[in-house]
Design a protein around this ligand. Structure first.
Ligand code: NDP
Length: 489
């Protein structure tokens, strides 16, 4: 069969002229301070750390490092705002501020997209078309709920929790900040948020937007630092809830730290999603979905479809189409509008990904990588896929968080359900089939919080997102995203 399968020959005919987004109107400050009580303040520690552009390793700016006393100030300011003006504000007035933030994000979307790309390494097309519009959409969506909570929870009395500590990762910096802050404000809480060390800048631009929207001081505090700053927020006695997105390892340590307190929590942790192609699927569409599922944002996506299961009868055809499509991906300058795969977010993450690629080869899987020239300087990894993968391989079990796909086959529906569920994670999955009944059957049997049918990586503020098992607990987005921020009496 394989000899009859033809390959597409691109031979460089698909080259595009560069189309680089201009950064001439972007002016970053030399130093970014902590946003506490509505003001930008120097850290008491007087410490700063550099923020690096991962596509060229150049320093973009310096970011303040919050230590214990700074965290105290931020939490106290959030508490004062909660006990004061914000706690007494009618819900429809809260909504006006949230709408205002959403509109200013839209107005500044170009600047935000460029900075997100400079700081995080993701392609400008993704920052421009996904991250920033979704961040604004989250604020718009939750603004709408602020004065309708009694309809969301009929016969209950929804009350805010108080001060919420929110810790976010580096893969979708502004979008994660929006996912966290918007529902917290809509439900009447106040916030202390810490962005990830490698991608703090857009959260600080959001702080400027919050200032411009004239949100009362202390309602949102944004403090920067490393994991130790996050730990201080988690362990602060005056924080009522922790909302965390990040690795399962840190999620577990946070759960241990708060286990003897009455702090509430939502945990959005790692994943190892199965993307399943049945023989009756629209194969070209499925291949597009697989590419998007694993190579979107360089695979730095908790719900990335990093395990591909293909029904044996169409395996060779799908693999050929997949490899052909991979050959057309453009890896390079994240500011180029033609770029599909940007820079890996940090040196550390690149070495983690490379460690897994080496392990895949060592454990006996067959590697296929896009044959392309990688830019000089910066952190890069070509799109990679492994075939001849077995269930026991590390690349099939552990979250790599990079552009690395592990391909396996199956014969029957039951077999693929067993294989897909054979993971400690349970965040997301994808099913590609022509049969609605098959999609529904799989959706009820796969142990994952989000299951896409004939599509992948579709996000919408109205739709809940979250995991089972080691992928965490609680939901963000939609109506479900309100209750983790409320006491329902
Ligand atoms: P972490 O879980 O270490 O970081 C997530 C956030 O938590 C960051 O803001 C981080 O700060 C902060 N943090 C780190 N340690 C602590 C702590 N002890 N207490 C409180 N907060 C803490 O993820 P990494 O950024 O190190 O990424 C490592 C791996 O995590 C990735 O390879 C990937 O597998 C997974 N990951 C999963 C994500 C998801 O969405 N599910 C998102 C990001 C990562 P700082 O960045 O300043 O260290």
């Amino acid at each position: 069969m394989s000899s009859k399968i033809k390959s597409l020959k691109y031979n460089g005919k698909w080259d595009f002229s560069p189309s680089i987004e201009s950064i001439k109107d972007i002016s970053l400050k030399k130093e970014y301070q902590l946003f506490i009580n509505g003001q930008f303040q120097k850290p008491i520690s007087k410490k700063y750390f550099p923020s690096i552009n991962p596509s060229n390793e150049q320093q973009l700016t310096k970011i303040a490092h919050a230590e214990s006393k700074d965290v105290d100030l931020a939490v106290n300011s959030a508490r004062n705002a909660f006990n004061g003006h914000w706690g007494k504000l009618p819900a429809k007035e809260r909504a006006k501020y949230i709408y205002r933030i959403a509109r200013i994000i839209q107005e500044k979307s170009k600047e935000l997209a460029i900075v997100e790309t400079l700081d995080g390494g993701k392609p400008i097309r993704e920052s421009r078309d996904v991250d920033i519009p979704l961040a604004a959409a989250h604020f718009f969506y939750y603004a709408g709920w602020a004065d309708k909570l009694q309809y969301a929870f009929p016969n209950r009395t929804p009350k805010p929790l108080g001060v919420v500590g929110q810790i976010i990762p580096w893969n979708f910096p502004l979008m994660m900040a929006a996912w966290k802050i918007a529902p917290a404000l809509a439900t009447g809480n106040t916030v202390v948020l810490k962005p990830a060390e490698t991608t703090s800048i857009t959260a600080l631009l959001l702080a400027e937007i919050i200032q411009q929207a004239e949100l009362p001081p202390g309602v949102v505090n944004i403090i920067t630092g490393d994991g130790s700053t996050g730990e201080l927020i988690v362990n602060h006695p005056d924080v009522n809830k922790i909302a965390f997105t990040g690795s399962t390892k840190v999620g577990k340590s946070i759960m241990q730290s708060i286990s003897s307190t009455n702090k509430r929590s939502t945990m959005e942790l790692g994943g190892k999603a199965a993307n399943i192609i049945f023989e009756d699927a629209p194969l070209d569409q499925a291949v597009e979905g697989v590419i998007n599922g694993i190579y979107f944002n360089q695979g730095h996506v908790c719900c990335a479809g990093s395990r591909l299961f293909v029904q044996e009868s169409v395996y060779e055809l799908v693999l050929r189409k997949l490899k052909d499509r991979m050959q057309s991906l453009v890896v390079g300058n994240p500011l180029d509008k033609n770029t599909d795969i940007g820079a890996i977010n940090s040196k550390e993450q690149l070495s983690t990904i490379n460690k897994y690629i080496d392990l895949g080869v060592k454990e006996g899987a067959d590697i296929f990588q896009l044959n392309c020239e990688l830019p000089n300087g910066g952190y890069w990894c070509p799109p990679t896929l492994f075939t001849n993968v077995s269930q026991s391989h590390s690349i099939a079990n552990e979250e790599i968080f990079g552009p690395v796909l592990a391909v396996q086959t199956f014969r029957t529906t039951q077999e693929v359900i067993n294989k897909a569920n054979n993971t400690p994670f349970g965040l997301s999955a994808g099913v590609w089939t022509d049969k609605g009944s098959k999609a529904f059957n799989l959706a009820s049997k796969l142990k994952a919080g989000v299951i896409w049918a004939n599509t992948y990586n579709k996000f919408d503020p109205t739709s809940p997102f979250g995991g089972y098992k080691e992928s965490g607990h609680g939901r963000e987005g939609g109506l479900h995203g309100l209750s983790p921020y409320l006491n329902l009496e």
